[in-house]
Design a protein around this ligand. Structure first.
Ligand code: FES
Length: 154
């Protein structure tokens, strides 16, 4: 589906686990890196490759917010809105991002540049409020810091 390099990487991941299905999370991650999101076709391919069912793969994909079930923006903004971040202003941060980006949580900007989502705790509670921009954490955020971050993107 993704070519020999990807399949080689999947083989390497599967070899690390006693059962092929144990490699599900890292294989999903590799697939997402390759395609950008996980669709039904990818779920079926992975299920066959790992000897499990497509419904089990879909259950995992739909449970974890780190897996995207549709195309997202070039810059995917995930704002933690769990307790520590909420107490430190994450709801106001989401409001600020909504007006700055012109999109609501769950949406992608018309130019495909930004997507915005609310997510559960990302494990950085001591530096709340925080967000994840693609693969990177940004912590102890203020509205000005968010503006600086987004305005500085290429
Ligand atoms: S509550 Fe936001 S990172 Fe944990």
């Amino acid at each position: 589906m993704f070519g020999p390099e990807f399949e080689k990487r999947v083989d390497e991941l599967v070899a690390k686990y006693p059962e092929p299905r144990g490699a599900l999370l890292p294989v999903l991650w590799e697939a997402q890196r390759a395609k950008g999101w996980i669709d039904t076709e990818v779920e079926v391919w992975i299920a066959e490759r790992l000897g499990t069912s497509a419904s089990q793969v879909h259950g995992v994909v739909s449970f974890y917010t780190m897996y995207k079930q549709r195309p997202m923006g070039k810059y995917h903004v995930q704002v933690c809105t769990t307790l520590s971040c909420m107490l430190r202003g994450s709801d106001e941060l989401v409001d600020h991002l909504q007006s700055k980006l012109g999109i609501k949580p769950g949406e992608v900007s018309e130019d495909g540049r930004f997507s915005l989502v609310r997510v559960e705790c990302l494990g950085s509670c001591g530096t709340a409020p925080m967000l994840q921009l693609n693969d990177d954490f940004h912590e102890d955020l203020t509205h000005d810091a968010v503006d600086q971050l987004l305005d500085g993107l290429p």
